[in-house]
Ligand binder design. Sequence first.
Ligand code: ZN
Ligand code: ZN
Length: 465
Amino acid sequence: MIFTSLGASEDIGASCHYIKIDGTGILLDAGADPEKEGAESVPDLQRIQLNPDWPVDHVIVTHAHHDHLGSLPVVVKMFPHARVHMSGATRSLADILLPASARLQRRKVEEGSTVVPPLFAEDDVEACSYLYQSHALETEFDLSGLKGRFSISGELYDAGHVLGSVGVHISWIEDGKERTLFFTGDTGLRNQTIIPGASYPDDTVDVLLLESTLGADPDSESFDRKGEEKKLGKSMARVLKRGGVVLMPVFALGRAQEMLALIDRFKNRGLIDENIPVYTAGMMRAISDTYDKERLTTPRLNEEFLVYGVKQRRLPRTQGGLNEMLKKPCILAVGSGMMFERTISNKIAQALVENEKNGIFLVGYAREDSPGALLADARAEKKGTMVTLAKSKGPQAANCDVERFRFSGHSNRRDLLVLVDLLQPKTIVLVHGEKAAKEWMVDNIKFFYPEIDVQMPMQNDVLEV
Ligand SMILES: [Zn+2]
Ligand SMILES: [Zn+2]
């Protein structure tokens, strides 16, 4: 088997890998780099396209996060005969997220905030969506290719990360022997609030393609979800009791719904007043609807729970409405998660930050240079430290409470080692992590499992596995 990464290899970037099993070519994920625009955000697909020996027969998308799905329309255009596989829920989410991505790209050009032309238009997305084949979990489907001699089959396993996320098990017979590969995608071993932890194949595998997002994050090992939950509940109650507003910048897919479930829990337990209004906005509302629609067909901790069972109002669209809303205690769960400029969470944060009554609670990953992280750092220094959330607004005093909480949908690095122990692979290929993260994983796998061949390929490396 041949393996090569088409996305970034030194950071998280876009998830996209190519494997060739005999004459059959399979792309694993079709992500786009969220920190880049246009053609730059797309993985290096041309390397495959220009190589006549590297066909693409199938594409498998593990989940609907942009860094795994965002380039799919480009991939479909480039390899029109490839069959595209994903879970049913990911398919539903793709139908929301890809047109939204097309609209966003167009809008940025119209507003003049970029000169990079859109990668695809809404029409392109609609035209290719009928090609996607969805598969139930743990059910075999065919992955054989036109020029391949082996019959290859695939099976999706719940990845415990966000709605619809899967790991992919691929098996084939070679020289009379069964060979197997498992690609984790983004994987979470532990239960969240809505989504249960991942399930994995019972049997060992030959090759494990392992994500390593949290490999360089020692804190993630010691954090415990219950403790974070308690801390968040207390902090929210404190702010609301003194008449403040709570802002939770969240990612639209995953963290938003998990946080709404937590707010529901806090209200049911009487930790916060049942009548405190909760406001949501934008795409997360359509995604929440999909969470609810798919609740009986996707793994859940509690089948009864509905995201829209949590009473929520749509964020007012007018400035007057927003001002009115911010006068009374309320909870806002809005994007973007890192509070980037020109997003709702950034705009609201500008209105809240100077008043010490309020609280801004970061519940997801925030890149070091993002407004969310800058705010947290400034406030940690001392109350009143100046911080610039938006250039248009200029520096503001960070007076409100700012706290960070850890609610990752990724396995911590010890859990990734548990997975290694479970699947006992002969070869591990580390993907989807920063260099330091992969290095920690290599060192520890080598220490605990010296018999395993562990690789951390660079972007252009071609591995023979
Ligand atoms: Zn993800
Ligand atoms: Zn990812």
